[in-house]
Design a protein around this ligand. Sequence first.
Ligand code: AMP
Ligand code: MG
Length: 499
Amino acid sequence: MTAVQTAPALFAFDNSYARLPERFYARLDPATPPEPRLLKLNSALAEELGLDPEALAGPGGVAALSGAQPPAGATPLAAVYAGHQFGGWSPQLGDGRALLLGEVLDAHGRRRDIQLKGSGRTPYSRGGDGLAPLGPVLREYLISEAMAAFGVPTTRSLAAVATGAPVYREAAFPGAVLTRVAASHIRVGTFQYFYAREDFEALKLLADHAIARHDPAAAQADTPYLAFLDGVIDRQVRLIARWMSLGFIHGVMNTDNMTISGETIDYGPCAFMDAYHPMRVYSSIDHYGRYAFGAQPQIGQWNLAQLAQSLLPLINDSEAAALPAAQEVINSYPDRYRAAFTQEMRVKLGLIEERPDDLALIEDLLGRMAQGEADFTLTFRRLCDEIAPAGEGRRDGVRALFSDPTLYDSWAAAWRGRLAEEACDPEKRRAAMRAANPMFIPRNHLVEAAITAAMGEDFGPFETLLAVLARPFDDQPEHDDHSAPPTLDQEVRATFCGT
Ligand code: AMP
Ligand code: MG
């Protein structure tokens, strides 16, 4: 008998979520796209995941990444969850336009979900078509990969594939599928779903699954579910502090869009701010500014309080008895957030020692930036050059960003005084600041321009922007235009979900 030569499997799946009971999800195959065509493959990520980029770019790979032919070992499923959307309770949401193909162990032994987004209707689609237009797919690709380059925990983008089918929104747009990679897709809303149904058996299975994946040490704690809650808070506090240090506005911080892993997820109408203002909102559906830039830390706590509530039956058989302990953990949030944010900002300002008035110095600068309509990213980037030894670098850069430069001057005097109290080699300090203050962010007008060009089959601007954002902390003089704030007529004032 001769052995039949078969191509090695594209993915070495080990699907732990699919081994949970059937009431956690609906199993179904993705829709078949008429003319799948690979638009972009993230080869570096593929390798990190232990996948073969060449095979993924081949016919079998494109069939897998488009949904045309689920790869060997996949167990495609739409996960069910619930959530508070803009504060209103939805008892059942779920993957309405996404399917989890399965999980792989990456090159570092970490479990990673492989999910198709835009792969057709599921039992949780409600009124939606389960599809994704090309624009939002490219947007998520660009922004999630930029976040990864900043070092912010985030879901990743492995591939974008055109389906060849139109997607109808305000008009007909080309359809696409994004392959999203995540530490897991478990959300605050996944816990809320089982808690609200009083399915405490499933709730415990979910919590134990999440603990095994994200907080293995919690399993050994005296109170494992409190330790788990504490772990989620820790990750979210650090995540939101990172967002706030970069001028990132998520835009839809519903509880179903908040992960247990601490990764940023569900890039919809998100945006990086140009000119700083704490109440900045871009999302066209966020009419009351619930998810405005400056509201994000408090919303984080509100969402985590929903998680705490959902965990009560696991913390103690009597919810009333569990409440004070859970409340205490939630009450620790503001101090923990403040500490995380202050530390992020200290690094951005080149401060090494911790002093009690650091936060006041930071908030003073932010207040002046808001008043002076200073560009968030460039203010911090140009501060790095103020550190250069006398005679080197530009020293007029920051103040020119303020509509009234004297707003900056008096703050800068205080800042310099503070720096002078800490002995540090200026070059070392400057290098540390440059590593925390990006030169390049996915500015809205550049993202929009890249998408517009791609819709006309020109992927040049998309590729250039992606390449620039892969090294956001490096000066790239040949791409100076990508660091500039938008001119008045370039400015994008609203972003859309594009769902
Ligand atoms: P989001 O806030 O964008 O994460 O989406 C909220 C919910 O709506 C999720 O359950 C999504 O799966 C679902 N959804 C969004 N867009 C669509 C669509 N085009 N088709 C089906 N479901 C969708
Ligand atoms: Mg969502």
